[in-house]
Design a protein around this ligand. Structure first.
Ligand code: UFG
Length: 330
């Protein structure tokens, strides 16, 4: 069975591509390399193209049985400043992709959604039934596409699973791939970089939140656990877990929250060096606490996160060190 991994040159897509291959699937990566990296696709067939390019997609879709869609812009702050960019790619481009998939006769679709669809939750942990009121265009774009999948399920028999990720972090155990974002805005790589002295001091965005130590709490989930959940979601669709057409949304998190200061300490443990930091103002749009209720992933997909925060931070550190070494010897 062949899977098209759209956005497979990105951080999460490249991990999913490997997990699929390890589970015996044939994988084709489709990516326009606008934010992805060719080196993350090494060893895979890569077709370069945009999600909105129907003629480029047509021959590739004719060779696959299911699609996983990771190709999205994913900076919350940027989406507030430049919503046009986000709606163009994450909504218009994504709908064009979905239509191409439909026209190709494919009825299995796994979508990278986000806990950003919930906005500021009323209750922690967050279940899939919680109110969905995104507070930024990024979250709105993800929710729109989830709704499109649901409508295509009812009308055209599309079967889909939307996976709502909490905070993806860490790197594949092989050391071949890991997190690369340009620019990097995520806490764990920034904290590790700050401890090496190669990056700037870490700015902690606010220490006056109503949390145990005043800093924001997030549910950090190892990217390899996320990747495994994608394989499970695909297997679920294969087994006709959804009768006829239908859509399902599932949280992917650990159910455990860690504060920014706890992450700083975990980074210090991994590197053995102090994370240089200063406290700055709150970052607009950051909810105080986001923690998943992962029960549905367990009951429907038989999936739970196997890796803990130490695994996340140590794998991210191994990947960063390898890249630093490569840069130094280049
Ligand atoms: N943080 C800092 N300093 C930094 C970077 C982050 O204090 O330099 C804090 C943030 O305020 C937040 C936590 O660390 O409390 C995690 O921030 P990240 O930027 O690593 O991740 P986010 O929680 O902002 O973003 C994640 C995903 C998004 C998703 C969002 C939903 O990366 O795709 O959750 O809220 F949309």
């Amino acid at each position: 069975m062949a899977i098209l991994v759209v956005g497979g040159a990105g951080y999460i897509g490249s991990h999913a591509a490997r997990a699929l291959r390890r589970s015996g699937y044939e994988v084709v990566i489709y990516d326009n390399l606008s934010t992805g990296f060719r080196r993350l696709t090494r060893g895979f067939e890569l077709v370069e193209g945009d999600i909105a390019d129907e003629s480029r997609l047509r021959p590739v879709l004719a060779r696959v049985d299911a699609v996983m869609h990771f190709a999205a812009h994913a900076y919350v702050g940027e989406s507030v400043e430049n919503p046009r960019k986000y709606f163009r790619n994450n909504v218009l481009g994504a709908l064009s992709l979905l239509n191409s998939v439909l026209d190709a006769g494919i009825r299995r679709f796994v979508f990278s959604s986000s806990c950003a669809v919930y906005g500021i939750p009323e209750q922690i942990p967050i279940t899939e039934q919680a109110r969905r009121e995104p507070v930024n265009p990024y979250g709105a774009s993800k929710l729109f596409f989830e709704n499109a999948l649901a409508a295509y399920g009812r009308a055209y028999g599309m079967r889909s699973v939307s996976l709502r990720y909490f905070n993806a972090a860490g790197a594949d155990e092989s050391g071949e791939i890991g997190e690369i974002h340009e620019p990097e805005t995520h806490l764990i790589p920034l904290a590790l970089a700050a401890s090496t002295g190669n990056g700037p001091e870490l700015e902690i965005y606010g220490c006056d939140y109503p949390t145990r130590d005043g800093t924001c709490v997030r549910d950090y989930i190892h990217v390899s656990d996320l990747a495994d959940a994608h394989v499970r979601a695909l297997q679920y669709l294969e087994e006709d877990g959804i009768e006829g057409g239908g859509s399902l949304a599932i949280n992917l998190g650990t159910g455990r929250g860690h504060s920014v200061l706890e992450i700083v300490r975990a980074a210090e443990n991994a590197t053995g060096r102090r994370v240089g930091r200063k406290v700055g103002p709150r970052r607009p749009g950051d909810p105080p606490i986001l923690v998943a209720d992962p029960a549905k992933a367990q009951s429907v997909l038989g999936w739970t996160a196997r890796r803990n925060l130490d695994d996340i931070v140590s794998s991210a550190w191994a990947w960063m060190r390898k890249n630093l070494d490569q840069r130094m010897t280049a």
